[in-house]
Design a protein around this ligand. Structure first.
Ligand code: DQA
Length: 150
């Protein structure tokens, strides 16, 4: 029941960064909330953040190798990183759940955010609910992993 909860570039700046879009709670608050939700769902959630594309790719490889499900906020990489897409595809092809999450609703924002190169290789996507997007994503992991062949 391991879950890697991975956050991409600029998400470490939550609370400071564009609070009108992303809210005033900090990244530390997000980590604490996700730890709580993981516990209540009996999931061992490991929350990480990086600004580096290569580190995210490595973490997705690690998910495959350790049979961990993934909650991924790819941040701006969502919109153009084929490297991340190819790494995410390996996770779902390995029979693991990968939920793409966004705090904001990208479809209500600039045109370039309307494209996700990750979406088609994810199990599913949750977007637009602020921190609650992560709670819903963890809940989706919890339910969907039970449907997978063991
Ligand atoms: C985001 C949406 C992306 O478009 C943006 O680049 C982010 C955050 C979100 O969580 O709403 O950095 O992934």
């Amino acid at each position: 029941n391991r879950v890697l909860l991975l956050n991409g570039p600029n998400l470490g700046r939550l609370g400071v960064r564009e609070p009108d879009v992303y809210g005033s709670a900090s990244y530390a608050d997000l980590v604490a909330a996700c730890a709580r939700w993981g516990e209540s769902l009996a999931l061992a959630v490991d929350v990480r953040q990086t600004d580096s594309e290569s580190e995210l790719v490595g973490w997705l490889h690690e998910a495959v190798d350790t049979r961990s499900h993934v909650v991924l906020n790819p941040a701006a990489f969502t919109h153009y990183s084929y490297a991340l897409r190819d790494a995410a595809a390996q996770v779902t092809k390995a029979g693991l759940v990968l939920v793409e999450v966004h705090l904001s609703n990208p479809y209500a924002r600039e045109e370039f955010r309307h494209t996700s190169v990750i979406g088609a290789v994810a199990t599913g996507t949750v977007a637009g609910f602020g921190f609650d997007s992560y709670r819903l994503a963890l809940d989706a992991v919890r339910h969907h992993m039970l449907l997978l062949p063991q």
